[in-house]
Ligand binder design. Structure first.
Ligand code: B12
Length: 212
């Protein structure tokens, strides 16, 4: 039963079928599935296959856009169903996708899971300039700045943020966490980010560690 819904989710994303993807997300949740399990074993493998097809020239922009739309809708349904922890606020995080990058599906999952775990999260959306990350962190009284990037060409913005924080004497004030498909622990070490997370669950774990 579970395997079947995972393969249906993968197929709906591959086909870029928004209605089907939404219906599968709702059905899985109605059947009592864990939202993150459904995301991790169904929808994410689906969008990763889309990425591989696109990367190898077997799928083109219109197909990528359709699949992304189905993924966005399924993600919204699943994010809304993540159980919320009633604990006191554990810390404040400003998060966004870096300037030049429009990918935000993974970032929205991270935001939803952090909120569900009792963190106060300010989501700045996508295509966020370095100056804005810093201004908003100042206004919000953030403990942590989190950045997402999916493009190898925009990874450098995470490095520039570290440099800007150092230059403005704010490096100690905010901890930083970096994520996104091409980002690695090695990259985080190289640019001087305080943490790296490979997925949303790991993100919650690393954020908790940063706030200890
Ligand atoms: C969906 C998608 C799109 C959608 C995005 C829609 C949206 N609202 O996000 C659209 C159609 C807009 C798109 C556009 C483009 N895309 Co695109 N896209 C993808 C695709 C298929 C999936 C991305 C995704 O959503 N993954 C699923 C999520 C859940 O995973 P994730 O983002 O990695 O997030 C997880 C972790 O990384 C982590 N995480 C992520 N962020 C953060 C942040 C923090 C703080 C933390 C702690 C953790 C964390 O947690 C998340 C949850 O587990 C990828 C392929 C891939 N497999 O990555 C290509 C891909 C990223 N795209 C690519 C390209 C080339 C483009 C375009 C340039 C295409 C074009 N010619 O126009 C444009 C770029 C537009 C721009 N300026 O940004 C390339 C990038 C290649 C490269 N070397 O940089 C990829 C790799 C496809 C490929 N194989 O070629 N794309």
């Amino acid at each position: 039963m579970t395997e079947k819904i995972y393969s249906e989710a993968i197929e709906a994303i591959l086909k870029g079928d928004v209605e089907k993807a939404t219906a599968i997300a709702r059905r899985g949740l109605d059947d009592g599935m864990d939202p993150l399990e459904l995301m991790t074993h169904g929808f994410i493998p689906g969008i990763n296959q889309v990425g591989d097809l696109f990367g190898s020239g077997k799928l083109f922009i219109p197909g990528l856009v359709k699949s992304a739309a189905a993924m966005e809708k399924a993600t919204a349904v699943i994010n809304a169903a993540i159980p919320q922890e009633q604990a006191a606020v554990r810390g404040k995080i400003v998060i966004g996708t870096v300037e030049g990058d429009m990918h935000d599906i993974g970032k929205t999952i991270v935001v939803a899971l952090l909120r569900a775990n009792g963190f106060d999260v300010l989501d700045l959306g996508r295509d966020v300039a370095i100056a804005r990350f810093i201004e908003e962190a100042e206004k919000f009284g953030a403990d942590i700045i989190g950045t997402s990037t999916l493009l190898t060409t925009t990874m450098v913005v995470q490095k520039e943020l570290e440099e800007e924080l150092k230059n403005s004497g704010l490096k100690g004030k905010y901890k930083t966490i970096v994520g996104g498909a091409p980002v690695t622990q090695r990259w985080a070490n190289r640019i001087g980010a305080d943490a790296f997370a490979q997925d949303a669950g790991d993100g919650v774990k690393k954020v908790k560690q940063l706030l200890l």
